[in-house]
Design a binder for this molecule. Sequence first.
Ligand code: ZN
Length: 210
Amino acid sequence: MTMKTRVLQLLQGPEAARIRFTVMIGGTAITINRASFAMVANAMRNGKIGVTPFAPTALVGAQYVQPASAAAPSSGQLLVPPILGRPDECAVMHECTHAFFDLTSTSINATHEEAICYIVGALYNRMTHLNPTRWTQTTQTAGIIANAVLRRYAVGAAGIPVVDAGEFRTLALTVSLRPTYFLPTKLGDSTPAGLFGGILGGPTQYIHNG
Ligand SMILES: [Zn+2]
């Protein structure tokens, strides 16, 4: 099975079909649901997003690269590790959520975008019963929100659960302090999702040009 086929399977799998939640950011509702993953799957089938093998590092397990970045090919690329187990699948779901924000050109700061991607990963891990000892640290923090969302599904609450604003702020702060986002790749680089963002101005946006 090619990696692309495997990623498409994940995007069309039972977990992607169940994941649904809304985050309110500055009065704007941002919703992730099965339609979000279907959109990414379509873009992948149409060749708008490619899948490229990637060797994970200590800080980065997978990546989504927008077309405009210096290193990127002409289409968006999902850089994925060999998909061997559920932690890799979690990373792929996280990156596909970035791809969704890119495709929709959503106006959202990078820290909030990361936080939402971590909620997706945490929901995926819960749904696949991945032992929390194998979750990344930030995904564990997102697990608090995932648990609350899953409780809403369990009681059969109608509609799409809205994430608690305070819990979301806590998760966003945790993200902004993680070395992956807080420390520049090289001296002088900006850290869009880190606490200091464009060095002093706070978190800035990732490039979203679909
Ligand atoms: Zn991310």
